[in-house]
Ligand binder design. Structure first.
Ligand code: THU
Ligand code: ZN
Length: 182
């Protein structure tokens, strides 16, 4: 029997290692999380994406309904907003996710001055796995990666740890648009 192995990696970043663009994206996800409508799970998620089609950031939060199964996930809302503007050729560049139970204060502080200054706390509790979207959202993200498994997933954990990985590492054996072609 032959087996094929793949290595799955992610990195924990020091706040100084984040580019301005990444800080901006994480902050947009942080702000989106504060809009979450999650009265049932009380778990609040914010997502922010950049796409290759334009420069703006699209954001989304989870939106739960009393019927439960009609919940919209944050990543899905952000991607659907981008598709609403750029159509089916929308290609993701990067996605940032900020998630934690209601009431948990994510350790990002910011000062709005002449310029944005976003300060990230140093992680006080390093974690041993990246924050990744749920399986449903992995599928949704992959649909708009146009086959590029290097699209980056950036996230901040409630401990202050910022993690980065790629869709290829987070979702290694994927089913996608190419698989249904003849
Ligand atoms: N949730 C997201 O919005 N994205 C994910 O990838 C994980 C889960 C939401 C759905 C639900 O409202 C709450 O988080 C708890 O699962
Ligand atoms: Zn999800």
């Amino acid at each position: 029997m032959e087996s094929i192995e793949r290595t799955i990696t992610f990195s924990i970043l020091d706040p100084e290692e984040l580019s301005e663009d990444e800080k901006e994206l994480l902050f947009a996800a942080y702000e989106a999380r504060q809009k979450a409508q999650a009265p049932y799970s009380k778990y609040m998620v914010g997502a922010a994406i950049r796409v290759w089609n334009g420069n703006e950031i699209f954001t989304g939060c989870n939106v739960e309904r009393a019927s439960y199964t009609q919940t919209t996930h944050a990543e899905q809302a952000a991607i659907d907003a981008a598709v609403g503007k750029y159509g089916p050729k929308t290609k993701l560049k990067k996605i940032a996710i900020v998630s934690a139970p209601e009431g948990v204060e994510i350790p990002i502080s910011f000062v709005e001055d002449l310029e944005w200054t976003i300060q990230f706390a140093h992680p006080f509790d390093p974690i041993n796995q990246p924050i990744v979207p749920c399986g449903h959202c992995m599928q949704i993200i992959w649909e708009n990666c146009q086959g590029d498994d290097l699209i980056e997933l950036l996230a901040i954990h409630q401990s202050g740890s910022v993690t980065k990985t790629t869709i290829g590492h987070a979702f290694p054996w994927k089913f996608g648009p190419e698989d249904i072609k003849k």
